[in-house]
Design a protein around this ligand. Structure first.
Ligand code: FES
Length: 120
């Protein structure tokens, strides 16, 4: 798996998130709970910027980013949505090397897109 060097770990303090570009893709990096994770940064609903969403801990203890456009929520570690739709945002693998965050060019966990509006 190929990795792209992104930003320094020091540029992503605990409790923050940031959009980066990885192999031409918008990726949202998150640093919460002592862990750095990476999701596809474009919401599968209508393209909202997930790196600009708030991260909140659910009653089940799971950290999720809330899309700033219409409120869809994604687990920042697994990409899963907590809804019956079974939608999942793609997750990229993260490696830390020499103080920098490297992100896999291809997702390590593939997306499960939402059903088309016609199917709802
Ligand atoms: S674009 Fe993200 S919830 Fe609508």
């Amino acid at each position: 798996m190929n990795y792209t060097k992104t930003i320094a770990v020091s540029e992503l303090p605990e409790g923050t998130q940031k959009a980066v570009t990885v192999a031409g893709q918008n990726v949202a990096l998150f640093h919460y709970g002592g862990k750095i994770t990476a999701l596809c940064g474009t919401c599968p609903h209508e393209g909202g910027p997930l790196a600009e969403g708030n991260v909140e801990r659910g009653a089940d203890g799971v950290l999720r980013v809330v899309c700033p456009w219409h409120g869809w929520k994604f687990d920042i570690a697994t990409g899963n949505m907590p809804l019956e739709l079974g939608v999942r945002q793609a997750v990229h693998d993260v490696k830390i090397q020499d103080g920098f965050i490297f992100v896999s060019d291809a997702p390590s966990i593939p997306a499960i897109p939402p059903p088309k509006h016609d199917d709802l």
